[in-house]
Design a protein around this ligand. Sequence first.
Ligand SMILES: [Fe+2]
Length: 387
Amino acid sequence: MTDCANQLQRYKFEVPEIVFGRGMLSQVGSCARRLGGRKIFLVSDQGLFNAGWVDQVMKSLLEARLEFVYFDQITINPRDVDIEEGAREYLRQGADVIVGLGGGSAMDAAKGIAILSANGGRIQDFEGNDRIIRPLPPMVLCPTTCGTGSDVSQFAIITDTKKRCKLTIMSRCVAPDISLTDPDTLSTLPEEYICTTATDALSHALEAYFSIASTTLTDVHAVKAIRLLKGNLVEAVREQTPDAMENLSRASLHAGMAFSNSLLGIVHALAHPIGGYYNANHGSINAVLLPEVIRYDLPVVTEKLSELAWGLGHKEACNDKEASEVVQGEVESLLEACSAPRSLRSLGVKREDLPELANRALNDACLITSPRQADAKDLLTILERAY
Ligand SMILES: [Fe+2]
């Protein structure tokens, strides 16, 4: 039996309990109660408060006769210092369940607070794979964008403010107990964020699909996510119809389930140091890197490219060359639909920083599952081409 066959036959696939549907934010209270909560630590941000979604969650908690504490000291790319403050507040208040409402920043902040409140220490102590010792408090995570996947994933990404880099924490422990998606929350998401979070979902799905840890089960979710993006992105960006927005929520969920179990690749390995260094938008960085990384991976993913071309409905793509052109074309049109940025320069990245960014990416956990190995020189070449 080949290694490849072994890999196909031995795998595990883990996801939280999933609650999905319009209006389901009203169920947050009952979910938290079901997890044994009495005093809930609610993590969200000012934007969601202003949009009225935090109020809806508070109402649901009150209806479930639960006390709560509201914590909103979080930023885009959540910072280590905010996580530490959140954990202190969680312990001071004697809370027992964490609810995170928002995009990747709010949900990763909720995860970071859960880690420190149960384990103590600094968030840096948990960087890497399986470094968490003590079990975390129960969590309900409610995504309000169409891309992060943090609500189902085994990742938490936190910014180290001193080193200006992102810490990737990978552990089964950080997947929440319940992922609750209410697609209605996308109705107040600005168009810019629809685009940047959808490009993040696209990157998750593609990197999960090409990952060396991918399985038949993760492939199903990855392809479903790409098909949903393909079928709904234009309508979602132009008209924000409820159906199209709901399907983007679904795409995010499928992409999240795929990458949480098969992990990622070079796009995210490079996006993390760039995001930490410049505090730049994660989805925008991914959008710039994605075409270059696909080009880099092409020689080693031909078989999967053909399957993907078929999965996307291109039965006419008969050979490797046609399949790769079809998939690259699909990715290009999705990025175009999002008016995605096309260069690192346009994101404020400085050319002289590229070697340092390539070096930092070498330590990122996402590089481990890249289908094609890359050293610092390869990573620098990708960055230069994307510049
Ligand atoms: Fe991402």
